[in-house]
Design a binder for this molecule. Structure first.
Ligand code: GLU
Length: 307
C-alpha cells in the first residue's frame, strides 16, 4: 500500500483534530461581509496526479477566494501580454504587509510583486487594457472555470460591494499608483474590477481542481506554458503569503497562495493541487489552521519542492 492510499484517513483525522481543538484565529474584519463568517470551519481537498479528488471537512462550502484570485489574474495577464508586465511590477518578496504603501514611495510606484495589493492592482489594470471591467472579469472567471472543469463558479456581489464600501487602503494605493503613472485606467475602474475578482467564491474541491494547471498535473487542461507555470509557482513560493511567505515556505516546502477569506491554494508540482480553507487568520493575514494543515499534509506525504 502506498502512502497516498492512506490519504483519505489522514485528511479525515486532520479535520477531526482541527475541529475538536477549536483554535481558529481571527476572521478578517476590515471587509464587513467577511467579518460575519463563522471561524469554526475547515475543509481540505487534494486533487492527485492520478485523477483522484480526496476531501475532508466542509469541502462543498463556498468561501471568498480574495487574494488567491491574484494568481489567476496574473496567469491571464501573462498569457495575454507576455512578460511586458514585469516593466511595471517586480518579482521580489516585500517583507511588508499585503496592503502596505511604504515601499511604493521608496521604489517610485513600481510594486514589489504581483501578489501584494499594489502589484495586483497594476496586474488588473493591465488586464483591463481599455476593455469593460465585465470582460476582464469574465476572462479570469473563464480561466478558473476551465481549470476546474466546472462552470458553477461565480462572483459574490455582496462581498465586492462590502469591500468597495470600506476598502480605503486600496483606494489610497490605486491613487498613489496613478500618481506615478503606473495605472492606465482610472483608479475607480481598476478598484471595481479588483474588488469583484477578489469576491469570486469557490469550494475547496473547485479550488483544488482549478489549481491542477498550476501544478502541471497530467489531467489538467493546457491553460499555461510550462515556463509560465513554473514561474508562477516560484512567485507563489516567494511572495504568496505576504510577509509570512518565508515562514510558510519553511513549514511546508511548497508554493502556496493565501487569501483573507481563509483559503490557501497549494501546488505540488507534478503531484497534486490542494485547496484548503479555514477562515480564522494568523498575524500575517493568512489562514491559521489552513497553514497548519498544509504543513501537516506536507509532512505526511513527504511532498516538498526541495526533494
Ligand atoms: N481584497 C483583499 C484586499 O485587497 C484581498 C487581500 C487578501 O486576500 O490577502 O484587501
Amino acid at each position: 500500500m502506498t502512502r497516498l492510499d492512506d490519504l483519505p484517513d489522514f485528511l479525515n483525522a486532520l479535520a477531526a483534530d482541527v475541529m475538536s481543538r477549536g483554535e481558529w484565529g481571527k476572521v478578517a474584519d476590515y471587509i464587513p461581509e467577511l467579518a460575519r463568517v463563522d471561524p469554526a470551519q475547515f475543509a481540505i481537498s487534494v486533487a492527485l496526479a492520478d485523477g483522484r479528488l480526496i476531501s475532508a471537512g466542509q469541502s462543498r462550502t463556498r468561501f471568498s477566494i480574495q487574494s488567491i484570485s491574484k494568481v489567476y489574474a496574473l496567469a491571464c495577464v501573462l498569457s495575454r501580454f507576455g512578460d511586458s508586465l514585469w516593466n511595471r511590477v517586480g518579482r521580489e518578496p516585500s517583507g511588508d504587509r499585503f496592503d502596505s504603501i511604504l515601499l511604493l514611495e521608496q521604489e517610485h510606484g513600481r510594486p514589489r510583486n504581483p501578489f501584494i495589493n499594489a502589484g495586483a492592482l497594476v496586474t488588473t489594470d493591465v488586464l483591463l487594457a481599455g476593455r469593460a471591467p465585465k470582460e476582464a472579469l469574465s476572462e479570469i472567471l473563464q480561466f478558473i472555470r476551465d481549470g476546474a472543469g466546472d462552470d458553477d463558479i461565480h462572483i459574490d456581489a455582496s462581498v465586492a460591494a462590502s469591500e468597495k464600501a470600506t476598502g480605503f487602503r486600496n483606494v489610497a494605493l490605486a491613487n498613489y499608483l496613478r500618481s506615478f503613472d503606473n495605472l492606465r485606467e482610472t483608479p475607480d475602474r481598476v478598484l471595481g474590477t479588483y474588488f469583484h475578482q477578489c469576491a469570486i467564491e469557490m469550494t475547496t474541491e473547485q479550488l483544488a481542481l482549478s489549481g491542477r494547471c498550476l501544478a502541471g498535473l497530467p489531467d489538467a487542461p493546457m491553460l499555461l506554458s510550462e515556463v509560465r507555470r513554473r514561474r508562477i509557482a516560484a512567485l507563489m513560493m516567494t511572495c504568496g503569503h505576504y510577509d509570512g511567505s518565508g515562514d510558510f515556505a519553511f513549514r511546508t516546502g511548497l508554493p502556496g497562495k493565501s487569501g483573507v477569506g481563509g483559503g490557501i491554494l497549494l501546488v505540488v508540482p507534478g503531484r497534486a493541487s490542494v485547496g484548503i480553507w479555514s477562515p480564522g487568520l494568523n498575524a500575517w493575514g493568512n489562514s491559521m489552521v489552513g497553514t497548519e494543515a498544509a504543513e501537516r499534509l506536507a509532512r505526511f506525504t513527504g511532498w516538498s519542492v526541495f526533494g
